[in-house]
Structure formats: C-alpha cells, structure tokens
Design a protein around this ligand. Structure first.
Ligand code: F6R
Length: 612
C-alpha cells in the first residue's frame, strides 16, 4: 500500500527521501512525490515534485534528489484509492497558498462531506483525493500552533490515517500523526525520520518508536516530542530493530521472492527452535498457563489471503492433533458477521505485517466481544502485535516480495507449535508423541533445503506452462489447504487465472471447465486420501487435462496417472503442507518469470493492505 518517509536533519533531505521511498517500493505504488521545506528565500516555502509511475521518473526529474535543496522533507509512494493514478492525485498535497503539505496513508471516510463544506467556504480542490481535504483542514485550523491544528483535524475526520505534515512557516519541523495506519519514527545522529515501514529507514537507524494510535509527533533535526489528542506532551519509548539492512536487500538473487523462498529453512528454524526446550514445546510466551490452554474449547482463526490459507491448514492440523474444533474466517467477513462464539473460544489472528486493516478490525471486534486474542505476527511492534492479548512471533525477518513465502512457512510452523502445545495441555497427545512430533518439526528446515536443491526440475516444467490461460489445483484435506495457497501464489504473480478445489467438489460443477491441455495440479500427501485424489486426477485426465502430481517420495503410483510428478521428502502427514508449498511457490515464481513479469511487485497488489 502507500508508503511514507520523512527526514529532518543536517543533510540534504531529497536524496534520503528517494532512497527511503525506494525501500518501500515493494508495498506497491503507481506514483510518487516529495515535499521539501525551503528556508532560504525571502519567505519560507515548500517545494513539491511529483511524478506518475516508477520512482525512477522522480529521480530523473530531481537529479536523484540533488536539485531539490533543503534538509527537511516528506515523501510518498501512492497506491490509488480515491482518484486515478496521476500527478495531480499523487502526494504530497498542498493546502491553499502552499502553507501546508501533506502525505497520507489510509482512507478518510467522510472526505466527501468535508470537501463539500470546505468548497462552500472558498477552498478549491485540485485533486480527486481524500487526502487533499486534510491539507485544507489543517490550513483552516492552523493559527500558528501545529499540534492544535492537527488535533482539531483528528476530531473532524473519520477513517484511518498516517500523516506526514510540513508547515511552510516552520522549516526544519515535521509533524506526524496516525490512526489505524502504521507509522514509525526513527532517530539518529544525522537527524530524525518518519516512515510507514521499517525498511525505509533501516539504512540510517534501528532506533525506532512505533507511534501509538492517535498520537501526534513533532520532529526537528535534534528532538522528537509526542502529544496525545488533547495536546498534552507524553513520553514514548524507543526500541532497537534487530533486522539488518542485508535482510532487506536482494543479496545476489534475481528477485526478493526467490531469495525469500531460499530463506525458508532458516526462517522456519528460527521460528521453531526457540520454542523447543528439552525436547518439549514451550509456549510460555503466550502468557497462558497449561490450565488456561486446557480450557480452550474452540479456536476461531481469522486472517486474509495467504494467512487465511494458514488458518485453513490449521483447521485440519489442529483438529487432528489437539482435537479442538477450529473455525476459520476471512477477516473481512468476520468483522461484520456478528459472530456467535462459545465462551472459551481463543481467537487467533494471523498476519505477516500485523497491519492488515481487516485483520486488525477483526481483532478489535473479538476483543470488544470479550474474547482473548492471540496474534501470530511477523512484524514486531505492529498494530496487531500490540493490540492482541498475546503474541506469537514468526521470526521470518523482513519480507519484501509482495507474494508471501517465508512468512507463510513460519506461520505454518507457529500453528504446529500451538497445536502440539494445545494437544499436550488437553492430554490428547502424550510425551512419546510430542517427542516424535518435535523431532520431525526440527527436521523440516533440512527437508525444505532438499526441495530447493531440485528447483531446476520445477523451472523446466514451469517454462512449458507459462502461457497457460487457466490452471487448476486440487487436493483433499490438508492438501486442499495447500492447493489454495499454490493457486493464489500462481495467479497473483503470473496473472494466469487459477482456482483451487477440494477435489471431491470438482464433479459438482467445475469439471465442466476441464478441456484439452489444461494444467491440473494434484496435491496428494495424505495417505488415507491418496487413492481418492488419484481417482479425481484420472477424471480430469480423461477429459483432456495435463496432470502434474505433487506428492511425497514413496508414493510412486502417482506416476501411473500424472504426466509429470514432483516429489517432496517424506514427513509426518500433519506437517506435509510445509513441504508441498515449496514446489508450488517455485512453480508460481518460474511461470511468472517465464512471462517476463515483475515478480516482486505484481500489478494492483500491495504488500501491506492497510485499508479496507
Ligand atoms: C499473498 C499475500 C497476501 C497476504 C494478505 C495478508 O501472497 O501475501 O494474501 O497474505 O494480504 O497479509 P498479512 O499477513 O500481512 O496480514
């Protein structure tokens, strides 16, 4: 989604802003702009430069930022919501007389109403954006005290926002405020920063504070002050981000996606190992006693996209392992369906970014209804991590590619650990079974590595199908959940239409879509369902489909049906999703690569979906 960066300090701001925006490119954008305070002239002013398209255009226009003087500025990459992608709709936006400049992430829900009122009062709008209303409102309320003006705006607007603001008569000062949209401040010897996401400023500082909701921040080159909405100064603490800059660079890989696929063994290891002590799963960080865990009667899992597929996997895995019923909802549905849940339900929200608007809203809804919420989150200090009652971090490190891979794998690992802990607390699994499961969990990273060693076979196959129009994925049980993820991965980066079906459901309509040469990927790792899936593969093959089988070593009868087979190492059936997803990710990657597409930044998509 949109990205924000701001800098005030001793160096020229524009090159730093462009550099920061580049680090946020992965979030998705269609235009970009910077605003820099000009203190030198007869009257202080703000210079804005904006461009449609890639940041490269903005770089060319400003000689990599060198032609824009000034040491204090804000920048933005926009992902269009209100108004088409264009220069005029891109941020920053000026207010009348260019007294104020604003960058904004989020959505101002009542902007139409405010716009009409301001128009009647004589304010004229140049863009179709909701953000411009904020610029004009700030101008209207500003009488020399920025904190007062911002707080008045906060009372006037509804929706979500992270704002970076410059006032022309206060060069050297940046103001920032947020509600339900992430924003951080960072401090360093060279100066101070704001950013919507850590990678933007990681090169300059790791000393950051996640701005609490509804707080205003004033930054100068040497000071940072926080205020609440009542304009009272408040103290906030900074923490050290331990991600290193290299983790946010490609490190020799052609794309972040491939690099992150390769980082999966480490990410999974980093997520599992700290939770194993003396061969047992240790869930102490949940802050729930064994008795409290044993009392959990139901899990309600909520998430979006791939994280939702993790929940689908969890439904099969946790129900089998811990015999606890699991309900799974898309966060966008859960938040509005007024759910009926039994008393001892534990709500689990799964999110890589910890900022997904629907997932955050679902968390708040669950808390409002009085339920305990556990967040499975990757970004430390993110909104979901802060607002959940307990957090179980997935230690995937920064994930840059829009299509998730390593975060997904670590979410699966987190689910396994919870399932074992829950099963143990409930007395469903005993010591011996726990030991066996833990040993196998610890072997997963090495098995993922083995799959990666065979990537050329998948690449070869992918090249044959990069011009497909439709591709289907089928599976049963856990393999159905993996098929959903395989299909999403493929369609989001290759733009090939794809669907995943519970294989038994094919005959109820979808099979009519099967025609000559269409690729059907059959995922089959579950012993009890293997023969059933093979029958479904025969059904599609006899209607002309080309069948790719994905299964575990040993299931060689797959080759009697499949035109091509990809094997993954054997593991316990309940962990199979962690292995089969790897060839499916590689398949998607190489198909997209074969089509010459921008794998890391697929069209219309954003890494962190912070608006509804
Ligand atoms: C797909 C993908 C998305 C995310 C979804 C939720 O590759 O990355 O479907 O899984 O937008 O995002 P988080 O996990 O940040 O809440």
């Amino acid at each position: 989604m949109c990205g924000i960066v701001g800098f005030t300090g001793r160096q020229q701001a524009a090159p730093i802003l462009l550099d920061g925006l580049e680090k946020l490119e992965y979030r998705g954008y269609d235009s970009a702009g910077i605003a820099v305070a000009q203190a030198g002239g007869a009257e202080p002013s703000i210079e804005i430069v904006k461009a449609k398209g890639r940041l490269k255009v903005l770089r060319e226009m400003t000689d990599d930022g060198r032609s824009v003087s000034g040491t204090c500025g804000i920048g933005h990459t926009r992902w269009a919501t209100h108004g088409e992608p264009s220069v005029v709709n891109s941020h920053p936006h000026y207010a009348k007389n260019k007294r104020v400049a604003v960058v904004h992430n989020g959505i101002i829900e009542n902007y139409q109403e405010i716009r009409e009122k301001l128009t009647k009062e004589g304010f004229s709008f140049v863009s179709a954006t909701d953000t411009e209303t904020v610029a004009h409102l700030l101008d209207k309320y500003y009488t020399g005290n920025p904190i007062e003006a911002i707080s008045k705006v906060m009372f006037r607007v509804r929706g979500s926002y992270a704002l970076g603001i410059l006032f022309a008569d206060r060069p050297g000062e940046i103001y920032a405020v947020r509600k339900d949209s992430p924003l951080i401040v960072g401090r360093s010897e060279q100066g101070n920063f704001i950013a919507s996401d850590v990678p933007a400023i990681l090169k300059y500082t790791r000393d950051v504070c996640f701005i609490p909701n509804l707080e205003i921040v004033k930054l100068t080159a040497v000071e940072i002050h926080f205020y609440n909405v009542d304009q009272e100064e408040v103290e906030e603490t900074f923490s050290e981000i331990n991600w290193d800059t290299e983790a946010a660079e490609k490190g020799g890989f052609a794309h972040f996606m491939l690099k992150e696929i390769y980082e999966q063994p480490k990410a999974v290891r980093d997520t599992i190992s700290p939770r194993i002590s003396d061969g047992h799963v240790d869930l102490e960080e949940l802050g729930m006693s064994r008795e409290e865990l044993a009392k959990v009667s139901r899990l309600q899992m909520v998430a979006c996209g791939s994280a939702y597929h993790v929940c689908m996997t969890a439904r099969y895995m946790v129900e089998q392992t811990a015999r606890v019923p699991v309900d799974v909802d898309l966060a966008s549905e859960f938040r509005y369906r007024n759910p009926v849940m039994e008393k001892d339900t534990l709500v689990i929200v799964v999110s890589q970014s910890g900022e997904t608007a629907d997932s955050l809203a679902a968390l708040r809804e669950a808390k409002k209804l009085g339920y305990r919420v556990l967040g499975i989150v990757n970004v430390v200090g993110s909104s979901i991590a802060r607002e959940a009652d307990s957090v179980f971090y997935t230690w995937a490190g920064p994930e840059i590619s829009v299509a998730t891979t390593k975060a997904y794998s670590t979410q699966l690992a987190a689910v396994y650990l919870l399932a074992i802990g829950l099963g143990k607390a409930k007395g469903v699994i005993g010591e011996a079974q726990e030991t066996q499961m833990v040993e196998e969990l610890l072997r997963l990273p090495e098995k993922i590595e083995r799959i990666l060693e065979e990537k050329e076979r998948i690449q070869w196959f992918a090249n044959k199908f990069s011009h497909s129009k439709d591709i289907f994925f089928i599976g049963r049980g856990l393999d159905y959940a993996s098929s959903l993820e395989g299909s999403l991965k493929l369609k989001e980066i290759s733009y090939i239409h794809s669907e995943a079906y519970a294989a038994g459901e094919l005959k109820h309509g979808t099979i009519s879509l099967i025609e000559d040469g269409i690729l059907v990927v059959g995922v089959a790792t579950q012993k009890g369902l293997f023969e059933k899936l093979i029958s479904n593969m025969v059904e599609v093959k006899s209607r002309g489909a080309y069948v790719l089988g994905v299964t575990s070593y040993g299931n060689y009868s797959m080759e009697d049906v499949a035109n091509y087979t990809i094997y993954v190492p054997k593991t316990m059936e309940c962990f199979a999703a962690s292995l089969v997803v790897v060839p499916l990710q590689l398949l998607a990657y190489y198909v997209a690569l074969g089509k010459g597409l921008d794998v890391d930044k697929p069209r219309n998509l954003a890494k962190s979906v912070t608006v509804e």
